[in-house]
Write a protein that binds this ligand. Structure first.
Ligand code: UFG
Length: 323
């Protein structure tokens, strides 16, 4: 298929592009490189430098690419940032999401795979989290992802755009070529590995008084290549739907720090700090629905495999991408 990938130069987008190219799809990446990196775009893809906020630019690129499907990775995605700058989240994620959907309508593109998030659920009543849980986001980030899912339903019923929303839990790890490089890093695993690389003295643990086995937050870390595989499968979906996407295993922040210590053989000092606003205590996916309906099967669901792949990439790219 010809696929137009918005945000294909970012961490998740770049590895999904690589996986789709490996399975024979033809890819155009559209990215403004605000968060992404030009060198993270697989050379087999066509690259268009453009901004989702610029409707004319976007529509022209979509027309030229004439894709059968769009994948939408271009969003602001930091829970803590959204708690102080909600405007950025509603503008980038919701307003620019409308631009993308309208450009699809104008150009007759009838399929979209959307990067959803488990942040739409807020604090869940139970884990593992199935798709039928109530949607109660705790942050503007989670709210923005909820709003786009709601828009997708209307664009489907009014314009016949079929959507698949993949609600990621915590994407982590790297492929052999591409990895996680945010210019301003807030994520747990890269922050811990930065200590092992000698770039930071210690890692901070945000909150050790949650109702969890060791008091720190539990998250479900999913290997980025497994997440990419789900995108390839989602292209085959014939009906609009949403899937939760995680490994099904929860690890506390302290367990992740410990795994990183073992893998890097570095003591990695950790300091406990107050809770970070917007963080739910425990998020663990049930990925039963996507496994049953699309045959998705994680290949790397052990935390050690995930951290090991991230460490391999960071060791060979200690300064991340050059651009
Ligand atoms: N944490 C620390 N220290 C750090 C960084 C993070 O203790 O230096 C903690 C956080 O408080 C949280 C956990 O580690 O409890 C994971 O935090 P991340 O920032 O790595 O990830 P989040 O769970 O906040 O968010 C990520 C993505 C979102 C996505 C979400 C789904 O950034 O886009 O996973 O859970 F929605």
């Amino acid at each position: 298929m010809k696929i137009f990938v918005v945000g294909g130069a970012g961490y998740i987008g770049s590895i999904c592009v690589e996986e789709m190219l490996n399975t024979g799809h033809k890819i155009t990446v559209f990215d403004n490189l605000a968060e992404g990196h030009r060198s993270a775009v697989d050379p087999r893809a066509t690259f268009v430098h453009g901004d989702l906020g610029n409707h004319a630019e976007l529509s022209a690129a979509l027309k030229a690419a004439a894709p059968e499907a769009v994948m939408h990775f271009a969003a602001a995605s930091l829970v803590p940032e959204s708690m102080v700058n909600p405007s950025k989240y509603f503008r980038n994620n919701v307003a620019n999401g409308i631009n993308l959907l309208d450009a699809m309508v104008e150009n007759g593109v009838k399929k979209i795979v959307f990067s959803g998030s488990c942040a739409i659920f807020g604090t869940p009543d139970r884990v593992p989290m199935t798709e039928d849980l109530p949607v109660r986001p705790l942050s503007p980030y989670g709210q923005s992802k909820t709003m786009v899912e709601q828009m997708l339903r209307w664009y489907d019923s009014i314009h016949g755009i079929q959507y698949v929303s993949l609600r990621y839990f915590n994407a982590a790890g790297a492929s052999e070529r591409f990895g996680e490089h945010h210019r301003r890093e807030t994520h747990l695993i890269p922050n811990i590995l930065a200590v092992a690389l000698g770039k930071k003295d210690h890692v901070e643990i945000y909150g050790a008084d949650y109702m969890t086995p060791d008091g720190t937050c539990v998250r479900d870390y999913i290997h980025i290549s497994d997440l990419a595989q789900a995108h390839v499968l989602a292209l085959k979906c014939r009906a609009s739907t949403c899937y939760n996407l995680g490994s099904g295993d929860g690890y506390t922040v302290k367990q992740v720090v410990e795994a990183c210590r073992k893998i890097t053989a570095h003591p990695i000092p950790a300091i406990e700090r107050p809770r970070r606003p917007g963080d739910p205590a425990k998020l663990v996916a049930s990925s039963k629905k996507i496994s049953l309906e699309l045959g998705w099967k994680p290949r790397f669901n052990k935390l050690y495999d995930i951290v090991g792949s991230a460490w391999a990439w960071h060791k060979t790219h200690p300064d991340g991408y050059p651009d």
